[in-house]
Design a protein. Structure first.
Length: 161
């Protein structure tokens, strides 16, 4: 990467993600940093615009998986450890099988990462209603893929042409 590319990337990273960090609470999103995590897989995947939609769908599927796991765990009358193990085993198995049979729809790494991100946020925030938190996580994930990831990359490429 040339000096110009490094400096323009550093400048964009210094402006776009912090702008989201400032704006997200005003938009009612308490999990704004999730966007930065979500952008990581987009970048690790080579900033490929053609994969943005399946990465985003993987994140959304993972968020739904986190919601389902949280609801199951909160309502189980059985042994908590056994229920946790079985819930994670079944949902993990299904995530891998579904994403592998539908690779043009779902990106498996973002599905699994989205699931982990969602479960972490849901475990840490017990005060926000679960559906609201699920929607906020989804929004932050989409911001991560399309704003922090794809838009930043497109602007970076345009500046460096």
């Amino acid at each position: 990467m040339s000096r110009k590319e490094i400096l323009t990337l550093a400048l964009l990273i210094a402006i776009l993600p912090p702008a989201w960090a400032v704006v997200s609470p005003y938009l009612g999103n308490t999990v704004g940093p999730v966007a930065l995590i979500a952008a990581g897989i987009y970048g690790a995947n080579g900033n490929k615009w053609e994969d943005a939609h399946k990465i985003a769908l993987g994140y959304l599927a993972g968020d739904i998986w986190a919601y389902a796991a949280t609801v199951i765990m909160a309502s189980t009358p059985f042994n908590a450890d056994l229920t946790l193990f079985m819930t994670l085993a079944v949902l993990g198995f299904l995530a891998v099988v579904i994403s592998q049979y539908c690779p043009s729809v779902f990106h498996m790494p973002s599905w699994l990462a989205g699931w982990a991100i969602g479960m972490l946020a849901m475990n840490l925030d017990q005060s926000t209603p679960l559906l609201s938190l699920t929607a906020q996580i989804a929004a932050a994930m989409l911001v991560g893929v399309y704003y922090v990831g794809a838009l930043l990359d497109k602007i970076h490429r345009m500046i460096n042409k």
